[in-house]
Design a protein. Structure first.
Lengths: 81, 150, 150, 81
């Protein structure tokens, strides 16, 4: 299955992309996705413990199972205002 | 989802991210209703110095759809917790902002003022906690840094 | 009297009664200074109903010179009590005001937001206590009454 | 000696004047002035226990001694905002 992965702020700059399509095995979790992304973009290892993840615009935990077509956002610590 | 979804559709958006300059009067105007007697507002302003370092400008970035959704969630939380609050509007600016420009305007209305002060404080604290917006400080000496809440 | 008397003279008045319409942006603008990161504001709005009675309009009257002097005193009290508050501006409107119009705008600035919420609450509570301003409610049914703080 | 007396809001309407000049004996206090005013304007007796008084734009108590030329303001309970 495929999911869309979005990167923001420091993560976007580190990866050099705002969005990628990622192929995943069925039943993959958010944690599985982060492991895969870190392999492909080793620079992410510096950030991965601070990342929050949103799936389809809702915060989720790392055990959440992903589905075909999900929009997964990798969010560094927020700081608006 | 919320009791006022129908009303919102008929008038100005109450929760928004935008690259346009912010006007406090305009945001306060979004709350207009003859039952309003008190409005409390918070305005974030771009400071010229942080930690003793001169700032040249800020660059704000958001995950826009989720940002507007979490801003709306904050409004819902406030009206759940403080029953006297009639309406909440939060507008956050994105893109490059110069010193002295307004980054965010929060306004909330009530018949009487008592609960508006605690509620506006909650709104900005919560915004900095859950809304997917980021700011990059670009310093006068050329350095730059993404900052999360101190 | 206060540490900033010199500065005040060089720029917009910080404490004022006026018959002109109030703009929150304009009052917030009076606080401009590169050290400001947060502004909290309170806006009084003419309500269309009080105690279940329909209001037609309000009429505000002041002892203007003393009103401006006591507004300034409130600003001094705030900056004495909350050391992080940089500046305070309070502008109160006089004369006939229609439903939805702004009767008072209070704005105060700081580098960081923490103390601004309590300070703005103090400002409006104190204003209603000591500033010689009166309001007459004129009702839709023709009656009228001078009201002091409930 | 003479002082200027100002009336506001409900008091202004009751007395029908915004300002009067009042002749007082030397050494008169604010209380003496209020007694005199109430004699001349009996309508004031309804208000006099609620009135605050300012002399030259400062709140004062009833024992304050007045001086030639003072600006005395009779202030009903305030209610701005």
């Amino acid at each position: 299955m495929k999911v869309t992965v979005k990167f923001f702020a420091a993560l976007r700059e580190a990866v050099g992309k705002t969005e990628i399509e990622q192929e995943l095995p069925p039943g993959a979790t958010v944690q599985d996705l982060l492991n895969l992304l870190t392999q492909e973009h080793p620079v992410l290892s510096r950030y991965v413990s601070y990342i929050n993840v949103a799936v389809n615009r809702k915060y989720v935990d790392l055990q959440t199972t992903l589905r075909q077509g999900d929009e997964v956002a990798c969010l560094p610590p927020v700081g608006g205002g | 989802m919320t009791a006022n979804d129908g009303r919102d559709a008929e008038r100005a958006k109450l929760f928004e991210v935008t690259s346009a300059e912010l006007s406090v009067d305009e945001v306060v105007g979004r709350l207009a209703d003859p039952g309003v007697g008190a409005v409390s507002a918070f305005v974030g302003v771009v400071r010229g110095v942080t930690d003793g370092r001169e700032v040249s400008y800020l660059e704000y970035e958001a995950y826009p759809e989720m940002a507007e959704q979490t801003l709306r969630q904050i409004g819902d939380e406030i009206r759940e917790r403080w029953k006297t609050i009639r309406e909440v509007a939060i507008v956050h600016r994105l893109g490059r902002l110069e010193i002295g420009e307004r980054s965010v305007v929060i306004a909330l209305s009530a018949a009487h003022r008592q609960e508006t002060f605690g509620a506006v404080r909650y709104a900005i604290d919560r915004l900095k906690e859950i809304v997917p917006i980021w700011k990059k400080e670009v310093w006068a000496d050329g350095g730059a840094k993404w900052r999360s809440e101190e």
